[in-house]
Design a protein around this ligand. Structure first.
Ligand SMILES: [Zn+2]
Length: 229
């Protein structure tokens, strides 16, 4: 009987949808509009770091209060702006390296495992990609096995919760993600140092919940990093 492998079909159509969206909406800098670049170097260097008081547990490169940063993340997430991932990952990597150097010195970190915050299967299918995963993949490419390895299939989002962005209250955001993560292959995280990565963190609730799930499975230390907060 003829059956369609949805995953294969999506993979086949992916380049087409990318091409189509770039024809309909040509790539231009989210800051100044310069053509053929998602975020130009001139705009990138002036993006502000996050407010000092903002979610101290999470390391972030840029302030989410900044309009250009917000637009970049919005495009990366909702407008098929995959081309932004390597650009943002470059800035992430520069921020990540000194953090890792400190952790190596102070907490004896080595062979860290990089884990992107997953989407639920439902949302992944709808979007066609996970922006945190794209950032993680770009980081791995930059790092070339120097500091960490990527594990995409350990942390799962078992429950599809409404997007955090739709919930304004901090307490409700915590409740919204409570228990939404599950860990597969627990032996792969036992005793490990984990770098958890996501695109943005506003209250830290999602990253905290992911950390909780991995901790329960025996993971040792955590570095939580995002593009913006
Ligand atoms: Zn620009």
């Amino acid at each position: 009987m003829f059956s369609v492998d949805l995953k294969k079909l999506t993979d086949l159509l992916q380049p087409l949808s990318f091409l189509l969206s770039n024809t309909l909406y040509p790539i231009s800098c989210v800051g100044c509009g310069e053509k053929e670049v998602g975020l130009c170097a001139k705009c990138l260097v002036v993006l502000p770091p996050p407010d000092f008081k903002q979610e101290e547990e999470v390391v972030a490169v840029f302030s989410y209060q900044n309009k250009i940063v917000k637009r970049a993340i919005w495009k990366l997430k909702y407008r098929n702006g995959r081309y932004l991932a390597p650009i943002l990952a470059e800035a992430l990597y520069e921020r990540l390296l000194p953090e890792l150097a400190d952790l190596k010195l102070l907490k004896n970190w080595s062979d860290a495992v990089l884990i992107p915050v997953p989407l639920s299967t439902k949302r992944f299918k709808k979007r066609g990609y996970n922006q945190a995963e794209l950032l993680a993949e770009a980081l791995i490419e930059k790092d070339a096995g120097e500091n960490f390895t990527l594990k995409k299939d350990i942390l799962l989002r078992a429950i599809d919760t409404p997007p955090q962005a739709e919930i304004k209250n901090k307490g409700e955001r915590k409740n919204n993600v409570r228990g939404c993560f599950a860990v597969k292959n627990k032996e792969l995280v036992r005793g490990k140092n984990i770098i958890l990565i996501d695109d943005v963190s506003t209250t830290g609730a999602t990253l905290h919940e992911a950390e909780k799930a991995l901790k329960k499975s025996g993971a040792r230390n955590f570095l939580k990093i995002t593009v913006a907060k």
